[in-house]
Ligand binder design. Structure first.
Ligand SMILES: Cc1cc2nc3c(=O)[nH]c(=O)nc-3n(C[C@H](O)[C@H](O)[C@H](O)COP(=O)(O)O)c2cc1C
Ligand code: SF4
Ligand code: SF4
Length: 436
């Protein structure tokens, strides 16, 4: 059986699955039950500074979008950081860590962007015996209006400054949690590294209005007739998060910086994808909130089974393996030619591929042959875009086949086995310059 254990910044956990800082990690009761269920670690719900705790709304905090089967695809929230007393949280963190020494205990912190505030809280967190801290520079709502959360994460200089304070006033490993509400994620990641952070985690939630109630004309969730933007998470955000993780993993300045991947992780496969893009651990929030703590059993079992099947003994055997294969569009091989193929035995003749290709792609799929419904790809029109694969309701009914010999019936050009990309293509006005 594969070894799922991780050592992230010297913090050990029996598996890479950590619960992200959020309601599932808000109190000892939750965290202990999560550990019993098998979670490898947690990032405790974000702590604020000493004094009166923050105040949440007393109405709905969530909005959502669902698939046609009512499965939750995206979740929007307007919750703030913990609204529990700091003393109680610190006491519980210490107790839980003592009782579960083999699990990772990371404490998320968000205090004002002033040295004194960080200096005050860091020794108190360190005294709990926690394994590390995560700096919440990500929440896009509520706290950002007070100059914290995403308001810090959107200014690389602030990130660097606070990371430096944390390294100065504590000896715990520092993870900077990044906001995705920024144009180029590489800048905050570089700033975190420059500030001495040991790792980054991403993504926090995406600024969003999930829907508008058309009876009272207000955003959802609606509090007494009004709504505000919230933070979006769940399966819908995974593609955005994966791209940001990949950008950091392959950036010359941050390559090798440990990453804890977050965003839409719901299955072992999602986790494996993040690890393949270089992540050392992964964090989960929405999936646990939707399906409960026991979902980790399927995650660990599934990952372990897949690793056994592939012959990977440890996570290191495939961690980062996808990073070299992430490139820029201009380097994709323009001589790689594919055509769609429809398996006539699997086809249920719904016609969706034909409509999609006919109306919005390249008119390359038949609808009728000899007066009978028949869906077949015409190679002399097919550009290999794979839209049909994505709209077909039957798994593996349409596949993309690489042409390896002869010539492309669409262009008449012989198949060229050499790699050639846009940088040298004759249609590229910059090609000559690029080649020089
Ligand atoms: C209700 C709710 C509260 C959250 N609170 C926090 C928080 O206090 N601190 C934090 O760093 N992230 C917070 N998050 C963000 C999550 O930790 C995580 O980054 C995000 O939900 C993406 O992961 P997911 O797609 O698995 O949910 C919260 C998310 C939700 C849904
Ligand atoms: S791959 Fe694109 S062009 Fe070819 S048949 Fe499918 S939708 Fe049409
Ligand atoms: S979408 Fe798929 S199942 Fe439907 S007609 Fe096309 S190939 Fe057949």
């Amino acid at each position: 059986m594969a070894d799922l254990s991780t050592n992230f910044l010297g913090i050990k956990s029996p598996n890479p699955f950590w619960l992200a800082s959020a309601p599932p990690t808000d109190k000892a009761y939750n965290v202990e039950r999560a550990f019993e269920a098998g979670w490898g670690g947690v990032v405790w719900k974000t702590l604020g500074e000493a004094g009166p705790p923050v105040v949440n709304v007393n109405g709905p905090r969530y909005g959502a979008i669902w698939g046609p089967d009512r499965r939750l695809l995206g979740l929007n929230n307007i919750e703030l950081i913990t609204d529990r007393d700091l003393e109680i949280n610190l006491r519980e963190i210490a107790e839980v860590k003592r009782r579960w020494p083999d699990r990772a205990m990371i404490v998320s912190i968000m205090v004002p962007c002033e040295e004194q505030s960080w200096k005050a809280i860091l020794p108190r967190v360190e005294a709990t015996g926690a394994d590390g801290i995560e700096l919440n520079f990500g929440c896009p709502h509520g706290m950002s209006e007070r100059g914290m959360g995403a308001a810090v994460g959107q200014v690389p200089e602030y990130i660097q400054m606070v990371a430096e304070w944390c390294k100065h006033y504590s000896s715990m490993p520092v993870i900077v949690k990044l906001t995705p509400n920024i144009t180029d994620i590489r800048y905050p990641a570089r700033a975190a590294k420059a500030g001495g952070a040991d790792a980054v985690s991403l993504i926090n939630t995406i600024s969003s209005i999930v829907s508008v109630d058309l009876d009272n004309f207000a955003p959802v969730p609606t509090i007494d007739g009004k709504g505000s933007h919230g933070g979006y998470c769940g399966p819908a955000v995974k593609p955005i998060a994966l791209n940001m993780v990949a950008e950091i993993a392959r950036d010359a300045e941050t390559r090798g910086l440990p990453i804890s991947g977050i965003g839409g992780i719901q299955t072992w496969r999602d986790a494996a994808e993040y690890i393949a893009l270089g992540c050392g651990t992964v964090q989960v929030c929405t999936a646990a909130m939707t399906y409960g703590f026991k979902i980790v059993e399927e995650m660990t079992q599934g990952l372990s089974d897949w690793m056994d099947e592939k012959g990977y003994a440890t996570l290191a055997d495939f961690q980062g393996r996808a990073v070299p294969n992430v490139t820029d569009w201009q380097y994709l091989n323009l001589n790689y030619i594919t055509k769609a193929r429809i398996d006539q035995d699997l086809c249920i003749k719904c016609g969706r591929c034909h409509i999609a290709c006919e109306d919005t792609s390249h008119q390359a799929i038949t609808a009728m042959v000899d007066g009978v419904r028949h869906f077949e790809v015409m190679d002399d029109e097919c550009v290999g875009c794979n839209l049909c694969v994505n709209v077909c309701p039957v798994d593996d009914c349409i596949t993309m086949i690489e042409m390896t010999e002869g010539s492309d019936p669409r262009t008449g050009r012989p198949i060229d086995h050499d790699y050639a990309n846009w940088t040298t293509h004759p249609n590229n006005p910059m090609a000559k310059q690029a080649a020089e």
